[in-house]
Design a protein around this ligand. Structure first.
Ligand SMILES: NC(=O)c1ccc[n+]([C@@H]2O[C@H](COP(=O)([O-])OP(=O)(O)OC[C@H]3O[C@@H](n4cnc5c(N)ncnc54)[C@H](OP(=O)(O)O)[C@@H]3O)[C@@H](O)[C@H]2O)c1
Length: 329
């Protein structure tokens, strides 16, 4: 089968299409023919050697995707051959024509969901959902600051926060993205490349600050997230996109009784036992019902995986990028 493989750590050019043996499903595994695979920041970090759990090359990146079950292991009872599924966390990785995943990493695709939309719930959708619903517990009437609101995670976070009845302040890196975020439902947009985010947020929220911050940028920006959090505020830190240190002043959060949450999806599943299937199904159904839009900005064939990474790294995406592993090219 064809895979897009990282031959050595480096820039997008180290992603090559290669032939690998199709994985044999183990006793509790299913083999999926992939139609779509989500492209995430973590894949870029994996490729460049900066992802904490990447291992050593050769690596086939990709944490999530959708397709059709072609084989099931002897002990699999809940998934059938021919079923359309959403899947996460498999081998060799989802930048491949086929992937083997444990049965418990599979959710049946609801009718009406297209392959591309079905490929992306396990990372961006689930991340935004878990951070806002389970950690920050956004309430109607609260104000939520979403950093990088045109990113895969930020896009969904804006929509989920609005659906929860919150006011949303969105930050993005260009005026074009500000317009996009407003169209996506944000109440206010801030260009974090040209405006002072702390001043602008406090102008919008009043000196009281905001109830919730979804910090999808981190690094130097994390200190700003703490400054704009109000009394009793919740700040969820889930990223460090620039891979840099943060300078914080503890006086920016303890006097306000602010809670800081950390979130990392893979560790939540692998180390803390979170089973995301129920939440994934809820999200997939929300997409089918029209309560959540998956914005697939661009799709790429497997042979253009390097191009997909360039697109993401140049910060051109608004929403998600998807690979089509079994599409020609
Ligand atoms: N902890 C977890 O489990 C988890 C899960 C999913 C994602 N994440 C993290 O959440 C973040 C968003 O993920 P995603 O896949 O949605 O990302 P994405 O679509 O690639 O978007 C990332 C965006 O961050 C903005 N950004 C701000 N400062 C940046 C900088 N210094 N360098 C590059 N980009 C910068 C850019 O938007 P602008 O042009 O608007 O500035 C960029 O498009 C990533 O850092 C990712 O690693 C974490």
């Amino acid at each position: 089968m064809r895979v897009a493989r990282v031959e050595e750590f480096g820039g997008p050019e180290v992603l090559w299409v290669a032939e690998e043996p199709r994985p044999e499903p183990g006793e509790n595994e299913v083999l999926i023919e992939l139609h779509s695979a989500g492209v995430n920041r973590a894949d870029v970090l994996t490729r460049s050697g900066r992802y904490h759990a990447a291992g050593q090359p050769p690596i086939v990146p990709g944490f999530e995707g959708s397709g059709v079950v072609r084989e099931v292991g002897a002990s699999v009872t809940g998934v059938s051959v021919g079923e359309r599924v959403i899947a996460f966390g498999g081998r060799p990785g989802f930048y491949a024509e086929y992937v083997a995943v444990p049965e418990v990493h599979v959710v049946a695709m609801p009718d009406g969901l297209d392959d591309d939309s079905a490929a992306v719930p396990p990372v961006a959708l689930l991340t935004a959902f878990y951070c806002l619903r389970r950690l920050a517990r956004v309430e109607p009437g609260e104000t939520v600051l979403v950093w990088a609101a045109a990113s895969g995670v930020g896009d969904v976070a804006v929509q989920l926060a609005k659906a929860a009845g919150a006011q949303v302040i969105a930050t993005v890196g260009s005026d074009e993205k500000v317009a996009w975020a407003l169209e996506n439902g944000a109440d206010h947009g801030i260009n974090h490349s040209s405006e002072n985010v702390v001043d602008r947020v406090l102008e919008l929220s009043g000196e009281a600050g905001v109830e919730v911050v979804l910090d999808t940028v981190g690094g130097a920006r994390f200190g700003e997230s703490l400054k704009v959090a109000g009394h009793g505020g919740r700040v969820v830190s889930l990223a460090n996109v620039a891979l840099e240190g943060s300078e914080i002043d503890t006086r920016d959060f303890y006097p306000k009784n602010v809670t800081i949450y950390g979130f990392q999806i893979t560790n939540l599943m692998q180390r803390l036992g979170y089973d995301p299937r129920e939440d994934l199904l809820e999200l997939a159904n929300l997409v089918v019902d029209g309560g959540l839009k998956v914005h697939v900005d661009r799709t790429f064939p497997l042979s253009e995986a390097a191009e997909a990474h360039r697109y993401l790294e140049e910060r051109r995406n608004r929403g998600k990028i998807v690979l089509r592993p079994t599409e020609g090219g």
